[in-house]
Structures are given as C-alpha cells and as structure tokens.
Ligand binder design. Structure first.
Ligand code: ATP
Ligand code: MG
Length: 213
C-alpha cells in the first residue's frame, strides 16, 4: 500500500490532476468528505488528508510514503528524512518581508535597529535575518499576520505573497523577497528504497504531467 499525504486548501485542486496522470483518482473529493483516509481508483494507493504544515511530519516518519507540501512548509520543517525529487510548479508565491506603508525598513536596517517581526515561519525568518546581520525579535503567529504591524504587535511580518492584494488592502508593502515558493512532491527516504519500483513509476507519471506531456 502507498499512502500519499495531501492537505485541503489551495494546493489540493492543483494536485489532483497531477496524480490523475499516475492513474490515481480519489474515490471522494477530499473537500466534500469528512473522511481523513480516502481510497483511490488504484487499490494499492490511498490518500491521507492532513494539515498543510503536518505533511512533512507524516512523510518523515513514514506514516505516509509520499506527500505534497509547499516549499515554505518544507523549509520551516527542515526536510529531515525526506527526498524532494519533484517541484510541481503549483501554488506559486513568494515569501516576503512586509511592513506598514510609510515604515522605512531600509533605514531601520541601516541604523542597526532591533526589529520585531511576526511570522509563522520562525526558522526561515531567523535564518534570513541572521544572514543579513539584522537583529530581530521574532513573534510566533498562526495566521492573519497582516494584523501584527497594524496593531503595533510587530514592525514587520514574514509571510507568503501572491498577488499582493491582501497586503494592499491592509496598507502594507512588501520590502524584501526571502524566497520563491512552489509545492513539491516529497518522499519518505526509507519507503523510496523499499518500494522503489512503484514509487519511481508514480514519480515519472507525475513528472510527465508537470511537464505537460
Ligand atoms: P490553514 O489556512 O488551514 O491555516 P495553511 O495556511 O497552512 O492552513 P493554505 O492556506 O491552504 O494552508 O496554504 C497551504 C500552502 O499553499 C502554503 O504552505 C503555501 O505553500 C501555499 N500558499 C499559501 N498562500 C499562498 C498564496 N497566497 N499563493 C499561492 N500559494 C500559497
Ligand atoms: Mg492559510
């Protein structure tokens, strides 16, 4: 049996057509089902529906053989125990530093000011600012990061940006790109060795779908 960890939310709809190329069609749409384990058109493949941030954990420990996770989530997790053989090119966005419109970020950085930064990406943010030599106090949030600069909780946020319309609606501006993000297929390292033939053929089918062939 092969288990694939997927999350509801924005990655799912782009993922289902890609795994369909490997002959894997969910027997129920995860969005319409309360089931957390969903069978597929292939008797040897099942889907496990987890929170987006939990996908790397399920795959790391082998509770799922494969998973689809955003690069943001993988960077924050660290990728231990995972192969990341395939960039799916979906759910593209950028991880950015943003501040209130009018806040002079460059000036604050040049002054060596200590910045308060709110984010759910503590590890990634810590590495980014350390590499730049910027002193930061990081504040962990679980969502709605845009509120932090507006309420005085933080000077800046580190968050995902795609169109920028959420920032704009909240009078925030992006001032620095940390990295480009897309969703990737990840594989448990032990499973990749033990179930090589079936996982390899699945990877090839999905890679073909990503290339559009
Ligand atoms: P929840 O919203 O349930 O708290 P979540 O925020 O982890 O969970 P999603 O909002 O579905 O889940 O995001 C899942 C993944 O989609 C992210 O890890 C990221 O890779 C990608 N993503 C998030 N926001 C965007 C965006 N604005 N544009 C494109 N991709 C995004
Ligand atoms: Mg979200």
């Amino acid at each position: 049996m092969i288990s694939i960890a997927l999350s509801k939310g924005r990655i799912l709809d782009d993922t289902l057509p890609l795994i369909k190329a490997a002959g894997i069609v969910a027997s129920e749409h995860p969005d319409d089902s309360r089931k957390l384990i969903i069978g597929t058109s292939r008797a040897d493949v099942r889907l496990i529906i987890v929170r987006a941030t939990d996908v790397p954990t399920y795959v790391q420990y082998g509770a799922a053989d494969l998973g689809v996770a955003g690069g943001d989530v993988l960077a924050e997790h660290g990728g231990e125990g995972l192969y990341q053989p395939l960039d799916l090119g979906i759910a593209r966005c950028r991880l950015m530093v943003a501040v209130r419109d009018g806040f002079d970020y460059e000036h604050a950085v040049r002054q060596g000011a200590r910045l308060r930064v709110a984010t759910k990406y503590l590890n990634t943010a810590r590495e980014h600012f350390a590499a730049k030599g910027v002193h930061v106090d990081l504040i962990k949030l679980y969502g709605s990061m845009e509120l932090a600069p507006l309420t005085g909780l933080a000077d800046a946020i580190v968050d995902l940006v795609s169109t920028g319309s959420t920032l704009k609606a909240n009078h925030l501006v992006a001032v620095e790109e940390i990295t480009q993000i897309s969703a990737r297929l990840v594989v448990n390292q032990a499973a990749y060795k033990l179930k090589r033939a079936v996982i390899q053929s699945l990877l090839e089918a999905v890679a073909g779908a990503v290339r559009g062939v």
